[in-house]
Design a protein around this ligand. Structure first.
Ligand SMILES: *[C@@H]1O[C@H](CO)[C@@H](O)[C@H](O)[C@H]1NC(C)=O
Ligand SMILES: *[C@@H]1O[C@H](CO)[C@@H](O)[C@H](O)[C@H]1NC(C)=O
Length: 434
């Protein structure tokens, strides 16, 4: 059978196995209550950081307005609005950032209508808005669509040819970004679309030393519906009585029948080691109280699936549940602005069998500090694409990322007649008209 894109079953979707809820013993509840109410001084940690600056534990404060000007190309609606009209589900799936970013830029104060004064050029195209009848976004047509759009902007405006894309950015939120395939092997084989090799890519996919992540790309959170999450908020004083929470697949028997390839075995290891551990509330069952449960949990597991990222990262931050990130080499969203190393716990994939010991030996004051940092509204804001946009939200973080790349290196401008890109490189199927 055709493997389904990871994005669809991996994250928070329902599954069919029986519920596996576990209630911690009353003794444990007492400890958890204690953890929740006890207040202690901050503990410092020595963890590697990719951050630029900002006070310890806070989101890097930056206002992009006045720091960059973005020109939005006007494209025929077949590259964007028509696709959305055909399938409005594109507005709610986890790749919807490509649509909301377009809408945001149209009315953003950083937009300029004069391309001669622009620092960045944006091509509004929705390459992941091509859904199967059951709602799975397929990236197969994306390369041809991209090529068609780039052909159009490069023949109608002089700006593409000036740099062959080096001052252009594209939002490519699919599983493996501009590699445009949902299976990792195939994505790696394809590599980043040749025509996008000089452009800045704004993408959810982030893994160090991976062909689908260019240096200079901006890693963003997947789209999670802000109103829906808001609607499930519970009073903040309800104690966190679940120690470790996870809902999702442990195995993907359809696409990985022999096991070990899906999640590189890390999810299987979680299940095999902790399915009977009372501290672990883990199951494939997706309860209607999923969002509420995260707000009642201390740790939320965020293991890799087919790709290293999943919406759980966003959900954990929004619901104040300490994300336990199990995805070696992951590049986290806005890692230069968000203190992930201080709000989260990082567990190497090979250490999953020790997860219980690792988590139970984290000192209470460290847990409390992480919870306090997570409670900061600007931490949550940075993970969301709200309508309308709000200061410090994910849109603004993207702009901050683009602004921090300015000024452009003079070397990006090509000499007259100089060509850097190869228009005929890549699989022949990608060269067909769109
Ligand atoms: C950009 O270069 C291509 C050839 O590489 C050419 O066909 C196109 O007309 C050029 N665009 C402009 C606006 O001159
Ligand atoms: C462009 O790519 C094609 C296909 O890979 C290759 O045959 C051709 O030699 C390349 N052209 C240049 C100028 O590198």
């Amino acid at each position: 059978m055709l493997p389904l894109p990871s994005s669809l079953w991996d994250p928070t979707r329902p599954n069919t196995s029986p519920s596996d809820m576990k209630n911690p013993s009353s003794g444990l509840s007492a400890i958890l209550l204690f953890l929740f109410f006890f207040s202690a001084s901050s503990a410092e940690q020595n963890v590697r950081t990719e951050r630029i600056s900002g006070s310890a534990g806070d989101v890097l404060e930056d206002n992009p307005v006045g720091k960059l000007k973005v020109y939005v190309y006007e494209l025929p609606s077949k590259y964007n609005k028509k696709l959305l009209q055909k399938d409005p589900r594109c507005l709610t799936h986890m790749f919807a950032a490509e649509i909301f970013m377009h809408r945001f830029l149209l009315s953003s104060p950083v937009r300029t209508r004069n391309p001669d004064e622009a620092d960045w050029f944006y091509t509004p195209i929705y390459p992941t808005c091509d859904l199967t009848p059951t709602g799975l976004p397929l990236p197969f047509k994306s390369p041809r669509m991209m090529r068609s759009a780039i052909q159009l902007i490069s023949s109608n405006w002089p700006y593409w040819n000036r740099t062959e894309g080096a001052d252009h950015f594209f939002v490519v939120p699919h599983d493996f970004g501009a590699c445009f395939h949902y299976q990792e092997e195939k994505a790696i084989e394809r590599g980043i679309l040749p025509l996008l090799q000089r452009a800045t890519l704004v993408q959810t996919f982030g893994q160090r030393n991976h062909v689908c992540l260019d240096e200079g790309s901006i890693t963003i959170p997947p789209f999670a519906p802000p109103q829906k999450m808001q609607a499930h908020l519970i009073p903040p004083d309800i104690p966190r009585s679940i120690f470790v929470y996870f809902r999702g697949l442990f195995y993907d028997v359809n696409n990985d029948p022999e096991g070990g390839y899906y999640a590189r075995g890390a999810r299987a290891a979680v299940w095999e080691n902790f399915k009977n551990n009372p501290l672990f509330d883990i199951s494939t069952d997706h309860p209607t109280t999923y969002y509420e449960d995260m707000q009642r949990s201390i740790f939320c597991l965020c293991p890799l699936g087919w790709a290293p990222w999943s919406p759980r990262l966003v959900e954990a931050v929004v619901f104040g549940c300490i994300p336990v990130i199990i995805a070696d080499d992951i590049v986290l969203p806005f890692a230069d602005a968000i203190p992930w190393e201080e709000i989260g716990v990082f567990v190497a994939e090979k250490d999953v069998p020790e997860l219980d010991t690792i988590l139970t030996s984290i000192p209470t004051e460290v847990i409390l500090r992480k919870q306090r940092l997570l409670a900061n509204p600007s931490m949550k804001q940075a993970m969301l694409f709200p309508q309308p946009a709000q200061p410090g939200d994910a849109f603004h973080q993207i702009l901050n990322g683009l602004a921090r790349k300015l000024p452009h290196d003079k070397g990006i401008y090509l000499k007259a007649g100089e060509k850097a890109l190869n228009w005929t490189a890549g699989p022949t199927g990608d060269l067909k008209p769109w």
